[in-house]
Design a binder for this molecule. Structure first.
Ligand code: UD1
Ligand code: MG
Length: 454
């Protein structure tokens, strides 16, 4: 059985008041459209088709890897949008799911359920509905006496009686493929709006006396559609709760999930504890038994097991097992901390490797450096890696003792076992097991005194 999907994403989303196409607005760090494509994966077997229109190039640039994109130009309504996929999808699948890209909270299991319902339906399609007190402008579902669907009535044409109907059209349909294309061609332009409405497929099926089935949903949250930034914030909160619950069910402790911000796609191992006001974003993978937070910000970082990260910030970093850092430590891109590295307050590391057991307790900057195992970096140490034009490397061996406030003027090599005195300014390579000290200030130039302007 082959199943594919068509995702309608050509509309502008005027009410978002944005230059960014609506379907690219992020929810928990990933575009709305990403969430829809992720959920669909649970039900489809073939590559889906995304219908693009407004901001087509941007949407295509995002979706091209995971979907085939087709341009709908001009945008003449939802039926017209679905029809654009005909040449790509016709005869290539047994079932076609059609859904809207502005419904990002629909779950994979919901699409599966829709597919299962249609597989048992002798009629041409099934659709998803929800029972809700607030109709939010959705189409109303009119039922026949036998329980099958009689019509979808859009709000603006609904009679006062129909407006009271609490069953609404969510905007997800599963069609028998061989019925769909002919039906889409037969849909007439809506005389009031001048658009071709996908919802008119119900009328076609009913005329042919074919049963339309509905999967009734009661989880209102799943059916939040995004039309404004208020809806976007509602969806963000709902998705955040869903992500946090998934991690907690997988064995992650969160002392306050309401103030824990984890983006979609982040992986966290069991018995890790996340403390409040912590942001974990991008391609981050975290192992087991870590304690992270409070007040930490982690992006695109790989963290091993048993680390302690207290009030710190990191991006593009790697932390091996047992790293202990913070408060107020910062890792920038390319920072790699080996096992049991200790990094205390106000340290910054960029593009550097600190081998196992390195200690860097206070106020240091390490950039473009490699530091051997068990070396101690004294308070206030700076790798002077930038000469105003270029970055230069610093190599420090194992078991080195760098005294407080040492300036390491790169390019520079410090041999294993070497030591520097407090306040040393090291400009030349230091041999193994050697102590270097000092750099007394000395006059090298006399300036002309200038009168101070008042
Ligand atoms: C639609 C349904 C309505 C349902 C509601 C649920 C129709 C006619 N109505 O209304 O019954 O309750 O969704 O969310 O289908 N799009 C295109 N090309 C177009 C027009 C729209 O790709 O020419 C896309 C939009 O980008 C959007 C989706 O289709 O993702 C739905 O369009 P929208 O205008 O939001 O329809 P609704 O008025 O919400
Ligand atoms: Mg809509």
């Amino acid at each position: 059985m082959k199943v594919t999907a068509i995702v309608l994403a050509a509309g502008q989303g005027t009410r978002m008041k944005s230059d960014l196409p609506k379907v690219l607005h992020p929810i928990c760090g990933k575009p709305m459209l990403w969430h829809v494509l992720e959920s669909l994966k649970h039900a489809i077997t073939e590559k889906p088709v995304v219908i693009v229109g407004y901001g087509a190039e941007q949407v295509k640039a995002f979706a091209a890897d995971s979907a085939q994109c087709v341009l709908q130009e001009p945008q003449l309504g939802t039926a017209h949008a679905a029809l654009q996929a005909e040449s790509l999808v016709k005869d290539k699948a047994d079932y076609v799911i059609v859904t809207y890209a502005d419904m990002p909270l629909l779950r994979g299991q919901t699409f599966q359920q829709l597919l299962e319902t249609q597989r048992l339906n002798s009629g041409p399609f099934s659709l998803l509905t929800v029972i809700a007190d607030d109709p939010r402008g959705f189409g109303r579902i009119v039922r026949k006496a036998d329980g099958t669907v009689a019509a979808i009535v859009e709000e603006y044409v609904a009679t006062p009686e129909q407006q009271k109907i609490k069953e609404l059209n969510v905007g997800a349909y599963c069609f028998k493929a061989d019925w769909l294309w002919d039906a889409l061609h037969r849909i007439q332009k809506n005389p009031r709006k001048g658009e071709y409405y996908l919802t008119d497929v119900v009328e076609l099926a009913v005329k042919e006396n074919l049963p339309v089935q509905a999967v009734v949903h009661h989880d209102l949250i799943e059916t939040i559609g995004i039309n404004t930034r208020i809806h976007l914030a509602e969806a963000e909160a709902a998705m955040r709760r869903r992500i946090n619950e998934m991690h907690m069910l997988n064995g992650v402790t969160m002392t306050d999930p309401a103030s824990t911000y984890i983006e979609a796609g982040v992986i966290i191992g069991k018995d890790t504890t996340i403390l409040p006001n912590t942001y974990i974003q991008g391609d981050t993978i975290i192992g087991e038994r870590n304690i992270i937070g409070p007040n930490s910000h982690i992006r695109d970082t790989k963290i091993g097991n048993g680390c302690k990260i207290f009030m710190s910030v990191m991006e593009g970093a790697v932390l091996e097992d047992g790293v202990d850092m913070g408060p107020f430590a910062r890792l920038r891109k390319g920072a790699h901390l080996g096992r049991h590295v200790h990094m205390g307050n106000f340290g910054e590391v960029k593009d550097s490797y600190l081998a196992e057991g390195v200690k860097m307790g206070h106020f240091s900057y390490i950039g473009n450096a490699t530091i051997g195992a068990n070396t101690n970096i004294g308070a206030g140490t700076i790798t002077c890696n930038f000469d105003g034009e270029k970055k230069h490397p610093t190599e420090i061996g194992e078991n080195v003792f760098i005294g407080s406030d040492t300036m390491l003027v790169a390019p520079l090599k410090i041999g294993s076992g070497a030591r520097t005195g407090a306040g040393a300014v090291v400009t030349k390579n230091v041999a193994e097991d050697t102590l270097v000290v000092g750099m007394p200030a000395r006059a090298i130039k006399k300036f002309e005194r200038k009168e101070k302007k008042k």
